[in-house]
Design a protein around this ligand. Sequence first.
Ligand code: ADP
Ligand code: GLC
Length: 481
Amino acid sequence: MKNILFAASEGVPFIKTGGLADVVGSLPKNIDKRYFDVRVILPKYTCMTQQMKDMLTYKTHFYMDFHWKEEYVGVLEAQVDGVTYYFIDNESYFNGFKPYSDNVLFEIEKYAFFCKAVLSALPQIGFKPDIIHCHDWQTGLIPVYVKERFRGDEFFWNIKTIMTIHNLKFQGKWSIKEVKEITGLADYYFSSDKMEAYKDANLLKGGIVFADAVTTVSDTYAEEIKTNFYGEGLNGLLSARKNDLRGIVNGIDYAEFDPKTDKYIEHPYDAINFRKEKIKNKRALQAELSLAQDDRKFMIGIVSRLTDQKGFDLIAYVMDELCQDNVQIVVLGTGAEQYENMFRHFDWKYGDKVSANIYYSEALSHKIYASCDAFLMPSLFEPCGLSQLMALRYGTVPIVRETGGLKDTVESYNEYENTGTGFSFTNYNAHEMLGTIRYAEHIYYDKRREWNKIVDRGMAADFSWKVSANKYQEMYDWLIG
Ligand code: ADP
Ligand code: GLC
């Protein structure tokens, strides 16, 4: 049996702000239990729902030296679908209404604490991983610490680490002086071939440099991040590590996202009966959101963190024009105030055409995936993207920009060859996007049989974890040797 530990800052069902949580919640379930014992370790945030907190049981606690203090480290445990989850408890770090705050220095200290606590907890709980699989900058110090202070302890000698980049934009950067104090790492670690980048300390860079393997969440993104435009300043390093960097595309949890059994939707359906049944969900959603009751409106869904990554500048630019069409636009998301207010404004301006839902809701997200005709995701960059996979699974046709995982998972409709699962455009240009949306409208209104075949192909595509989980397993085997 090979032991794998996932370390991450969020994971379904306990805490989620975006796709990282979906991956951390669903990939371990899909790793073959006959050969691998995969466990997950997360922070125990005070903002977790009571229902989730009630699932946790106390395991142990100890005190750890950190940033000139003795810090309490509690360890809790839970089981979900055969996967063991551990939680690091310390209420002075993991407090607040949301998992992340805007106070960058505090975030760095908080996740530095998490990384050290994860490693310190392992001998106490008696789980010795062969591999620690780290996700995003919050866990970037783990590969560093494994090779540094924990090297003195035999327990850690053979532990390998993997750094998976879900989003290169976030790196955990701050002044070397303060990061040195927080982490207790020696000067040696803050050179430009290690954790220093552009005069600052960079936690993700530490993870990339010290991990035994580096992955990201789609092939195209793995290529893109070696370029200046997508590389967020680390393209040089990623090019240098190109032999250790691979893209493995994400899957989604096919049990959780299944239009046939989805408990959040009123009218279940499948690939056979969607032509008759899916529309009932559209009617229900129109009623729920006070949109015009009209089967023939082309309903476009958006479920997203509202950040510039997702291409909302393009949408803002042509929203007035788009609203002249026979469409309805349903938005669910939170994030940057400018985009929240933009959608609120258009909701006010085009009452029964636009519905802006500026909050987080699992239930409404599933209803949108199930009810809409199309799903819009014109991202500026997109490491993988899960929303378009959810849309495909629910027979909702994605309209995407050809970047990162969107390019790898949505095949553009070709009317001459009768192929494709969605619509896509190349350049980050608002009218190119609008042209593509209008082309989709044209197929929807004037060539409905063709439209339905696009839906058929989308629902038949397989984005469960089957193939990708295998790739991770091969990588684990190869690293463990
Ligand atoms: P990212 O990780 O960049 O946010 P992904 O497409 O990989 O993008 O994953 C986004 C996930 O978050 C999806 O599961 C999506 O349904 C969910 N999501 C985003 N915003 C909301 C929201 N306001 N309410 C419910 N779910 C949301
Ligand atoms: C990040 C990316 C998204 C990806 C998700 C899970 O949040 O923005 O594209 O799907 O991580 O890997």
